[in-house]
Design a binder for this molecule. Sequence first.
Ligand code: B12
Ligand code: SF4
Length: 401
Amino acid sequence: MRVHLVNPSDMAFGTAVITPRWLYVLAAATPEEFGDPIIWDETLEHLDPSKIEPGDVVGIGVHTGNALRGYEVGRLARERGAWVVYGGIHSTLYPEEILELGSAHVAVKGDGDQIWAKAIRDCVKGSPERIYDGGKVSAEHFMPARWDLLPKDAYMWASVQTVRGCPKHCSFCSVWRTDGQKPRQRTSDVILDEIVQLRRLGFRFIALADDNFYPVSFTDIKLAERQGNAEKVANYLAIREERFELMARLAELPGDMNFFTQITMEAAEDIPFLAAMKKARIRGALVGVEAVTPEGLKEVYKDFNYAGEELVERLKAFRENGVHVLGSFIFGPASVQGPCVNLLKKVLPLIRLPLPRFERTSKSGRKRRAPTRPWSKVFPSLAIGSSRPTNGRRCSCPIPP
Ligand code: B12
Ligand code: SF4
């Protein structure tokens, strides 16, 4: 019996940009008694179903964008007589859909670090449950990835995670629903261990695969102080201190190391933080600009961001402090759409990737509306991300074609 891990992708290029971290974390979580798993990253090479034997366990990790290919992989694996287990963001949010459309025996919700071993063992015994919930494991239980299993020279960047979870609740984002709003931050020791190992393997570029590298803002600290919540303040300050400690240690690494991360715009208010990022050679960050008007920001629950001139100032602060910005925008809600969106829709098919939308319905934030399932309209006949016919409609964008 062998364990397979499959990262589904419609297109395989033979080479890829960033290592899909989950594959190597789940490899580490695979119990030794089953041997090293066979890893299939379909962005490199498609799964060869003939390599799957009856009784094997096939773990498939899906986010919304690759779920359809994931379901195809599940079908192929099941036809070969394997146990088919799904996990990842999409399985966490929609386990019933996975069971319905993915030829699945099992859908795993939440973190796989601990539950994966149980799911495999139950499959081998022949009595798996339909759904397992791996929950949100605490940072000290995150599995460091099995980088020793990486194929040689296949990836340009490696990926190391330093923190999971984000305190915000933007409506277009799955992170706060799946990873939670409480930052779970790894200690700098374990992060550095992985980075040193990756450097020895030849990597000089590392993506810090974090939900939000700036998990505590000045506003968060001020609010906790105003609430008189000393414990919360102390916790926030400790998280902040650990960030600085990590960046100081990254700065001590050889000068040819380069990092990139994802961060909220709030970091622009914190010049010492940006300076520490620069010293740590965190060369740039994906910053969620999302919308450029106050109404648009409000609609997607991102009104902690800035619009107009203030937005310009914030983005400048990153540049002036040596951190490049990769701006990310969201075009879905009506108030965010500008006249150019029609044009963009024509030229960027990826914009059509329908993602779940989440809303908080009560002030306390506890009672939440069920997430929407926009892609259900396109199942099963249309592929997510495929171009839709324009039906001869003309784009109303003032920019000439
Ligand atoms: C780093 C990252 C990227 C990087 C790196 C990609 C790479 N090669 O790894 C880049 C910048 C390239 C990227 C691109 C995109 N991303 Co991205 N990305 C992330 C981020 C921040 C971290 C992912 C990560 O490595 N986490 C670390 C690993 C260890 O965690 P994990 O994947 O969650 O896996 C754990 C569990 O889910 C579970 N698990 C996972 N798989 C399996 C399988 C089995 C069998 C089991 C049992 C368990 C299990 O166990 C793991 C360990 O606990 C996530 C946010 C997030 N929290 O996931 C967004 C995220 C996955 N991205 C997202 C999106 C939308 C995109 C893009 C479509 C953006 C765009 N418009 O272009 C592209 C798609 C690229 C593609 N074709 O895949 C969304 C997906 C939303 C959704 N509902 O699907 C997320 C969730 C962010 C968000 N704001 O919502 N991304
Ligand atoms: S700030 Fe970023 S990671 Fe956090 S909920 Fe909003 S979009 Fe998601």
